[in-house]
Design a protein around this ligand. Structure first.
Ligand code: KIV
Length: 264
């Protein structure tokens, strides 16, 4: 297994090869995902829901993410690992740098922050100091109380244009990757076509440069409530490894997500 770097993700975008990503929170799963050639592992603040049992991501701390980042790195030495900056860990550039440094020391290759234009100074501040940044636009789970629920974003043309403008500003500020969540397929396609940096979608249709899922959703756990944009890849498989292989294959050949997993 060779080490994955940001340049590999840019090359995939350029060559039209889909990028595969999953969340990971511990060494056993990061090892499995790396063995199955998943390109990007995200230590998501979704851990507040899938590991800690919370009803949102707001209870997660930088220490929590650092703990899980160390575990993920221990299982997958060569993986490209992104660590999520949790709720209120980046209210200003200096605080963001302090907390991001803790996540980089724990083994992350990049940190992720939710938000648009208000993060420009922070993205510049971090990248200048050697901390690569992944931006996150569309549905922002840390802002669930402002948005008023987990809803599809960017359906209205003005909001869609604003999101695109903000993504360009974040790219200009130094962001090297973008995750877009719960937006119409057509907007996902516009992000990928407009930006030079790779765009990875979740609930953003098949046209983005890559796909990410929360690992528990990909394994079909919590079958009572599977979000529309996910699929149970363990169904019909004999092992966890087979399920991950099926996910990687479906993303790479463009059969996932289908229109039934996407928003119009
Ligand atoms: O925290 C997380 O798992 C995420 C993904 C949903 C992209 O941010």
């Amino acid at each position: 297994m060779s080490r994955i770097r940001i340049a590999d993700l840019f090359r995939k975008k350029k060559d039209g090869e889909k990028i595969t990503a999953l969340t990971a929170y511990d060494a056993s799963f990061s090892k499995l995902f790396a063995e199955c050639s998943v390109d990007v592992l995200l230590v998501g603040d979704s851990l507040g829901m899938v590991l800690q049992g919370g009803d949102s991501t707001l209870g997660v701390t930088t220490e929590d993410v650092a703990y899980h980042t160390r575990a993920v790195r221990a299982g997958a030495k060569d993986a490209f690992v992104i660590a999520d900056m949790p709720f209120m860990s980046y209210p200003d550039p200096a605080t963001a740098a302090h907390n991001a440094a803790e996540l980089m020391r724990a083994g992350a290759n990049m940190v992720k922050m939710e938000g648009g234009a208000w993060l420009i100074d922070t993205v510049q501040h971090l990248t200048r100091q050697g901390i690569p940044v992944c931006a996150h636009l569309g549905l922002l789970p840390q802002s669930v109380n402002v948005i008023g629920g987990y809803r599809v974003q960017g359906r209205d043309p003005e909001q869609a244009q604003q999101l695109l403008d903000e993504s360009l500003a974040l790219q200009q500020a130094g962001a090297q990757l973008l995750i877009v969540e719960c937006i119409p397929t057509s907007l996902g396609q516009r992000f990928s076509e407009t930006l030079n940096i790779p765009v990875i979608g979740i609930g953003a249709g098949v046209e983005t440069d890559g796909q990410i899922l929360v690992m528990h959703d990909m394994f079909g756990m919590n079958a009572d409530y599977l979000p529309k944009f996910t699929r149970n890849f363990l169904a019909g498989q004999d092992s966890l490894a087979d399920a991950v292989d099926a996910y990687v294959t479906a993303v790479r050949n463009g059969s996932f997500p289908g229109s039934e997993h996407s928003f119009s």
